[in-house]
Design a binder for this molecule. Structure first.
Ligand SMILES: *Cc1c(COP(=O)(O)O)cnc(C)c1O
Length: 339
């Protein structure tokens, strides 16, 4: 490994496909997926459906698109979805549900563990009255800012939604991190959700792609929305091969990222002016004195470490960051704060 390589801690989206993944991509059998003819896309979708315990799955270019497709498929114009104030599907997807679907978000505040309180969900569900948008969907996110939502909570929240006639969607961009952390199967981790969106391009290390899982009729309708949104790709098997490789080889190893996150948190914890939050999975949050943020960012950069330093700094571990990189990062922080 090249000693001068950049250590990129900004996100787990920065991973580059490994040589073995690239070989799988190069060897992929392909066809026109808009005709349903791409054998590798079909294999990926079948594999994902099996893995997550749903009837069917759909491959799309991004998690933003699989989440939007889910909103469009669950909700009609004038419906609403209940969602966390800081959830990706509300805050970080450019308002797609509202802009493209005329679907109203009903955001509610998160608890400190990232969950939405059951009482808050219950209160947000509107009665059937023509003054109100129709409450149609509960959308949750796991992991949320690197935190794992507990299975008991998810069971209670999805049961509440179903009892009140709402559908449930999981933004499981990093659901594999949650399952690995809890030591449970992916099926178990997504139980209770009518649809699940999963990113292949985060810690799983694929260059592109997300999966949407759901029932046969749901995915049939989702395929129409994907086409409308411009997500119908042609010889997409090249990308699907990377996704298959990721699902087959890169799930269990997420535990290494979690160990590295814990190691980093321990290493930074005795540096006086900063405050480290113990990580659940692959993200470490560090409070940095405001006056030192840009100086620290520059100092790290000079040592080949890319990070976005702000007062509530997020550091993300992934398969391109080794344990030695973690130790280099700890040393760089110590040098900076000792100076
Ligand atoms: C990354 C991410 C997505 C989807 O992002 P894309 O970059 O569009 O693939 C959705 N939800 C969460 C929580 C994410 O972190």
């Amino acid at each position: 490994m090249n000693d001068n390589k950049l250590i990129d801690l900004r996100s787990d989206t920065v991973t580059r496909p490994s040589a073995a993944m690239r070989a799988a991509m190069a060897a992929a059998e392909v066809g026109d997926d808009v005709y349903g003819d791409d054998p590798t896309v079909n294999r990926l979708q079948a594999h994902a459906a099996e893995l997550f315990g749903h009837e069917a799955a759909l491959f799309a270019p991004s998690g933003t698109q699989t989440n939007l497709i889910a909103l469009l498929t669950h909700c009609q114009r004038g419906d609403e979805y209940i969602v966390g104030q800081n959830a990706h599907t509300y805050k970080y997807e450019a308002g797609g549900g509202a802009v493209l679907g005329s679907i109203q978000p009903q955001p509610i505040a998160h608890q400190t563990d990232g969950s939405l309180a059951l009482a808050d969900i219950e209160r947000a569900i509107k009665p059937d009255d023509f003054h109100f948008a129709r409450s149609r969907l509960l959308a949750l996110e796991n992991t949320f800012s690197g935190r794992v939502l507990q299975p008991d909570y998810l069971a209670a929240a999805t049961a509440l939604a179903h009892r009140r006639g709402l559908a449930t969607h999981l933004d499981g961009a990093r659901i594999c991190n949650a399952a690995v952390k809890l030591g449970i199967s992916l099926r178990e981790a997504v139980k209770g959700f009518d649809s699940v969106s999963v990113c292949l391009s985060k810690g799983l290390g694929a260059p592109v792609g997300s999966l949407l899982c759901g029932s046969q009729p749901f995915i049939k309708q989702a395929r129409r929305w994907r086409k409308m949104l411009g997500g119908g790709m042609r010889q997409a098997g090249i990308l699907a091969a990377a996704g298959l490789y990721a699902l087959e080889h890169n799930i269990a190893r997420l535990a290494e990222d979690h160990e590295n996150a814990a190691r980093l948190a321990r290493g930074l914890s005795d540096i006086a002016p900063i405050k480290v939050t113990a990580p659940d999975t692959n993200m470490v949050f560090v409070d940095i004195p405001e006056a030192q943020c840009s100086l620290l960012e520059d100092a790290l950069r000079r040592k080949g470490i890319l990070a976005q330093v702000d007062p509530h700094m997020r550091i993300v571990l992934h398969l391109d960051v080794s344990r030695a990189d973690v130790d280099r990062t700890i040393a760089a922080f110590k040098d900076f704060f000792a100076a």
